[in-house]
Design a protein around this ligand. Structure first.
Ligand code: SF4
Ligand code: SF4
Length: 437
């Protein structure tokens, strides 16, 4: 089974079905009072972590102890990480990262800025509609539920992988042995962690480990308590800080770097359920005049990731404040990055009723019948998200009609009527013969 970073603590699950109803890919079922996740349908969007009041869903990442495995650990900081701090500046944060043991501290914002420019040029040259491929949840969602839209995914790696590839290449060029290099990423969400061991669109990620934002945040606060605030490096007037790409930390940031002529033909949408609603409309050909869709699974983009510490509203404010402070953007050569994917994104074909056409047809007929029988209330009391999914589970032998409380009640009622009728029946020896008059 595919490995995931969104996991379940069964002992905490109360079987309430909240996660079942909110999972965008219908990957969760509740049976015998406990939730289970269908690995092949899970896209690690973390919506179930957000909606479980019992904290039965969780995610685990690597830790700072993993730095010991590498003689030359490098950390990649995403723009959204800076948004978690109101009083600690990006330069101070970078200094704390060195104190925590990293030999290099690099900003993903640099590769993000370069990717926006590359994307704008690509869109100018290529006809058709495109969907950003930077959010791994969006890429997985499209491949799984909208296979017909897979060819519209932008054929580039996400900024973190672009940055990681460059970081490794540069370190090796400086004479550091490849085995000594360990590339760490401070991740705002489980999906970016999953991308390390299960990347989409390429074989192997250049990122070796990911530490969640909350762990990195705590480590910095502890270090700050133990030591006096670290002196910030003076801002290098020549190089500044990567404020241009910092906008990528929130929805809309990718577009803002593009030329206005492209911004006018693009749309940003965030939040998994809104993204899904939009993809439904694109799929039905109901959206006109838009060339590029910047989509993020979390509300407001990466500032809404589940590993973040501050709420997305404060994080957006903090990030915007950093951007308007007016530091000069870093001057960089965009050709130093390798954005290209080795192949194309491929659609996933999961959920077919059967690989054998004849059996699939028979199952399809049965499915229609089951849907007809079920009440169509989509109450989720059966442990499946809706009646159609329960019908599919019944056809596939994974559930039974009696899982539906309404069908069960009907069956019990019919049984009670039969029993009552039987109770009035007398054995033949006791029956009196009817005499003709
Ligand atoms: S939300 Fe899901 S995981 Fe959490 S208690 Fe309810 S059924 Fe269990
Ligand atoms: S992480 Fe998302 S796709 Fe996976 S089970 Fe949870 S809600 Fe469903």
């Amino acid at each position: 089974m595919k490995r995931h970073s969104v996991l379940l603590k069964e002992e905490l699950c109360e079987g309430c079905t909240n996660c079942v109803k909110n999972c965008p890919t219908r990957a969760i079922r509740v049976h015998h009072g406990k939730a289970t996740i269908k690995g092949e349908l899970c896209i690690d969007c973390a919506e179930c972590i957000r909606t479980c009041a019992y904290h039965a869903k969780y995610s685990k990442t690597d830790s700072f102890a993993d730095l010991e495995d590498y003689a030359y650990p490098i950390v990649l900081i995403p723009p959204s990480f800076y948004s978690q701090f109101r009083k600690i500046s990006p330069l101070e944060i970078r200094n704390y990262m060195f104190k925590l043991g990293f030999r290099e501290v690099l900003d993903v914002a640099l590769a993000a800025e370069a990717l926006s420019i590359k994307t704008a040029r690509f869109l100018e040259k290529n006809p058709g509609v495109f969907i950003s491929s930077s959010c791994p949840v969006v890429v997985r969602l499209v491949r799984l539920l909208y296979p017909e839209l897979t060819e519209h995914l932008l054929p580039f790696k996400p900024p973190v992988d672009v940055m990681a590839e460059k970081a490794r290449r540069d370190a090796i060029a400086r004479g550091i042995s490849p085995e000594e290099i360990g590339i760490f990423f401070i991740t705002p969400c489980p999906a970016k962690y999953t991308n390390i061991f299960s990347p989409v669109g390429f074989e192997k990620s250049d990122v070796d480990k990911a530490i969640s934002v909350d762990k990195a945040y705590q480590a910095i606060l502890e270090l700050r308590r133990e030591t006096n605030p670290v002196e910030s490096e003076p801002i290098d007037e020549q190089n500044g800080l990567p404020y241009l790409g910092m906008g990528w930390g929130q929805s809309g940031g990718e577009l803002r770097i593009m030329p206005e002529s492209m911004q006018e033909r693009s749309l940003s949408v965030s939040g998994i359920h809104r993204v899904k609603a939009l993809l439904d409309e694109i799929s039905r050909n109901n959206i006109k005049g838009i060339k590029y869709f910047e989509l993020a699974a979390c509300n407001y983009g990466c500032v809404g990731g589940v590993f973040n510490v501050v709420n997305p509203f404060q994080a957006r404010f903090n990030l915007r404040r950093l951007q308007v402070r007016g530091h000069r953007p870093v001057k960089q050569d965009y050709s130093q990055y390798n954005y290209e994917l080795p192949g194309k994104f491929e659609a996933l074909r999961i959920g077919q009723l059967d690989s054998d056409l004849e059996k699939a047809m028979a199952k399809f007929m049965q499915l229609e019948k089951e849907i007809e029988l079920l009440p169509g209330l989509d109450c989720a009391a059966c442990g499946a998200p809706d009646c159609k999914t329960l019908a599919e589970d019944i056809v596939n032998g994974l559930a039974s009609r009696s899982d539906c409380i309404f069908l069960l009640r009907k069956q019990v009622g019919e049984l009670a009527d039969k029993m009552s009728a039987l109770a009035h029946e007398l054995p033949p020896v006791m029956k009196k013969e009817k005499k003709d008059r």
